[in-house]
Design a protein around this ligand. Structure first.
Ligand SMILES: [Zn+2]
Length: 406
């Protein structure tokens, strides 16, 4: 299993200059070949392969105009080409967005795949005479596959170390009704579980979001090219970085608790493709809420613990279906906060009803037939609530007629 470890770097002034050269050269290579490929696609309908681009890069470095590319690690330049090829492939398979030009003010990075070493708090990479100081706040065991060095727009440097770790013998838990949970991910409430539990987005993240909107508005009013605009851009970048940390921390805690408490976790598949084609504002909300990272965390943590993670198909009618009798409504507007069944009279909170359906679809797809809406034993829910509270995460359980009792 591959795992990434991220550490803060403290380069010297000389090293900062060398890092800047690497960032700049890798960005140049990416942009140069992106432009070349776009033109090739437009003319011939075909782009170039990684191998072909590598050959062209070697020739390019021999030209006087581009000789400065020789000063940086050639593997890192080739990695940029590999990333570019991967980005194109993902785009054509509709798994990702079209690759775009990298700007000067975005996050910068380059990857090293060979001839590196890590000793205590020192990172050695090719083309750097002295090791870079690294704060190794936690240890890892395993073989290092690659190291990506990055600089945030706020100026901080990090090394992300990709390590291959041997899986310990994990016992796979069976998919069973009594230990399964369905999750409906929302915009106002972060997540609603099939047992009626709601997990709220932490207040400090909501505050940061507001702060960011304000800072961005201020940035848009600054004169282009002015010194104040530069300063404001750094401010915006700092808030964004802080928010990303807060969000990652929150998502890590919640996914940790859920994969510890339940043996089977069911979510809805919200593929990027559908979001892009659909309502643009909704797509943005999805990206902001961090659902993709949340799902990835649930998936990784579940597999590390021998738990089951199931995604139900995008076209299962989770919102429109009555979780009591199975009747599917012809429509359910986003503003309708309650589900009321026209056939059997069942009523519940919209999101809880959806989460119950997600859980049931998952159990059926795993070959576990289910008659009931929700049968997870009470002790599991109480322990999840306790663990969330201990982490300071706001969660509550909605108890009402037709919903599970605690
Ligand atoms: Zn019904």
């Amino acid at each position: 299993m591959l795992r990434a470890y991220r550490y803060r770097l403290y380069p010297s002034e000389d090293q900062k200059m060398m890092l800047a050269k690497h960032f700049g050269s890798c960005r140049f290579v990416w942009n140069y070949f992106l432009d070349l490929n776009n033109r090739r696609y437009a003319e011939t309908g075909k782009g170039s392969s990684f191998k072909q681009m590598c050959k062209e890069l070697t020739l390019l470095k021999k030209e006087d105009e581009y000789r400065w590319l020789m000063e940086v690690n050639s593997q890192s330049l080739q990695q940029s080409l590999l990333h570019l090829e991967t980005a194109y492939r993902r785009f054509f398979r509709k798994l990702g967005e079209e690759p775009v030009f990298k700007g000067k003010h975005k996050r910068k990075s380059f990857t090293v795949t060979q001839r590196f070493s890590i000793e205590d708090n020192q990172l050695n990479i090719p083309n750097f005479k002295k090791p870079i100081r690294m704060f190794r706040h936690r240890d890892f065991n395993g073989q290092v596959r690659s190291i990506t060095i990055s600089q945030e727009p706020s100026g901080k440097y990090h090394a992300s170390i990709l390590v291959y770790e041997q899986d310990p013998d994990i016992q796979q838990m069976p998919v069973a009704e009594e230990s399964a949970i369905g999750i409906d991910m929302g915009i106002n409430t972060f997540a609603t579980l099939s047992n009626g539990m709601r997990i709220q987005k932490p207040k400090h993240i909501v505050q940061s979001e507001k702060k960011l909107v304000k800072a961005q508005r201020r940035l848009s009013r600054k004169k282009k090219g002015s010194h104040n605009r530069m300063k404001q851009r750094v401010r915006v970048a700092r808030i964004q970085e802080h928010m990303a940390n807060q969000r990652r921390d929150f998502l890590n805690r919640v996914s940790d608790i859920l994969t510890r408490t339940y043996d089977t976790i069911a979510v809805e598949d919200l593929s990027l493709k559908d979001m892009m084609n659909g309502n643009h504002r909704r797509a943005k909300a999805v990206a902001d809420a961090g659902w993709y990272s949340f799902k990835m965390m649930l998936k990784t943590k579940a597999s590390q613990r021998g738990k089951n993670f199931t995604e139900i198909g995008r076209y299962e009618p989770s919102t429109k279906m009555c979780s009591s009798c199975g009747h599917v409504k012809s429509q359910m507007k986003l503003t309708e906060r309650r589900f009321i069944c026209d056939i059997c009279g069942y009523t519940n909170d919209r999101d809880v009803n959806a989460a119950i359906n997600i859980r049931r679809f998952a159990l059926i797809s795993e070959g576990v037939p289910t008659e009931s809406g929700e049968l997870t034993p009470v002790d599991r829910h109480t322990s999840a609530l306790e663990l969330l509270a201990r982490e300071g995460i706001r969660a509550s359980v909605l108890v009402e007629a037709g919903s599970p009792r605690l």
